[in-house]
Design a binder for this molecule. Sequence first.
Ligand SMILES: Cc1cc2nc3c(=O)[nH]c(=O)nc-3n(C[C@H](O)[C@H](O)[C@H](O)COP(=O)(O)OP(=O)(O)OC[C@H]3O[C@@H](n4cnc5c(N)ncnc54)[C@H](O)[C@@H]3O)c2cc1C
Length: 439
Amino acid sequence: MSESTRHVVVVGGGICGLAVAHRLSHAGTRVTLLESSDQLGGLGTFFPTGDRWVERFYHCVMPTDDSLLALLGDIGARDGVRWKPTRMGMVVDGEHYGFNSALDLLRFTPLRLRDRVRFGVVSLLLRRLGKGKDLDNLRAEDWLRKLYGDVIWSELFAPMFGSKFGDAFGDVPALYLWQRLGRESNVATRGYPEGGYKAVIDALRASIEAAGGVVRTGTPVQGLRSTPERSHVALADGEVLEADQVVSTVPLPLLRGLADAELADRLPTLSLPYQGVVNALFFLKRPLTGNYWAPVLRSGTEFDGVIEMSALAGTEVYGGRHLAYVMHYTGRNSALYQEDSEVVAERWTRQFLDLHRDLGLTEADVDEVRVFKAPFVEPVYPLGFLERRPSVEVPGTSVLLATTAHIYPDVTSWNSSVALADEVSAMVLAAVDPVAERV
Ligand SMILES: Cc1cc2nc3c(=O)[nH]c(=O)nc-3n(C[C@H](O)[C@H](O)[C@H](O)COP(=O)(O)OP(=O)(O)OC[C@H]3O[C@@H](n4cnc5c(N)ncnc54)[C@H](O)[C@@H]3O)c2cc1C
């Protein structure tokens, strides 16, 4: 079968689905991308405020995001990424600290002097100390306690990890942390795309459509059955799309709900818990500390970190306003996640003001507050996940999986989703042309 007659359906219009549809449509494959919501972008999606579009969840690009930057190059958006050095802060017991230099560390009084020194030395060596170790089978807590000692673990790392992974925080493989340190550091150059993430998503859609691909938003997939030769994708009003292959980018718990009994039996059995997120945006009339991000520990807030996005993206993109995001990662069944967004916005505004009172922030400085939630953000990886990671192929079907559960040990990011999309697209193309190399 030639590329032009073969039909591939991509389920999900987040960055992973968009990147797959982009690669395949430009390789001459007939592609239909289906997105349930009325907007593309998935976790990188946006909302209108004034005459601007702003990301619901804070997003930035790192200089090491090679796969993403290559994709941006393909759609003419790479030169539009604005790079800037960014800095980190830390808030402990309501006090704000810089957390960027040796001097900052010496002034970081929540730790005793000898712990500060130990923290600095071990942090410098951490990437090297992890080399050659089986970090996938080592609990993050065991590794960090051993290197940093009990005090630094319980005062600093436990609250920071706990905020991201909930009760399972100590059990996450040390490899996850090691990878994360490879992507980020305190003082780091970060990038923000010109026109925001919406401009990138719009450019991707235009590029897919220019290559003949079909992009349908507001089109939830409601059922899926599959044999090795053919898949049937059920939509609303009885419409069924036939496909030679399906690439599903939706989280596995959602896919299980769409699959017929036969396909469900063939899907990976591993049931990975996911952390969701509750995140608020504060549009402000004045800046905060100028630090891009600051974990917030023991400071009477329900949120665990502040991202001052305008320190990276500037204020013009927000209509002259400053923008700070605050967030708490939590399960989708938690009381906070289930709570009404308006109520969360009101309570978190009080906490946000209290946290920044020393900086002179008052109610009059807050122009607008928005709360957004997402149910499936961070898979909570178990120990030894490198071995147990589900395969991209679903045996006995024509379905391929490309989800955030497949990117481990990479950190969940647009970059790792694009890298996975490249890999899966190459597999789709190789199924027709066995000599096809990576796209
Ligand atoms: C608070 C926060 C901060 C982040 N910060 C960064 C950052 O700074 N930099 C970075 O690179 N990444 C960041 N990320 C991570 C990044 O957003 C994700 O890793 C990435 O967007 C995942 O993309 P995806 O396409 O794999 O999944 P998703 O974006 O989840 O896309 C899946 C899509 O499938 C759709 N879907 C679900 N069910 C169906 C159905 N039945 N039919 C059709 N469609 C369906 C969904 O609507 C969604 O659009 C952040 C995420 C969050 C939440």
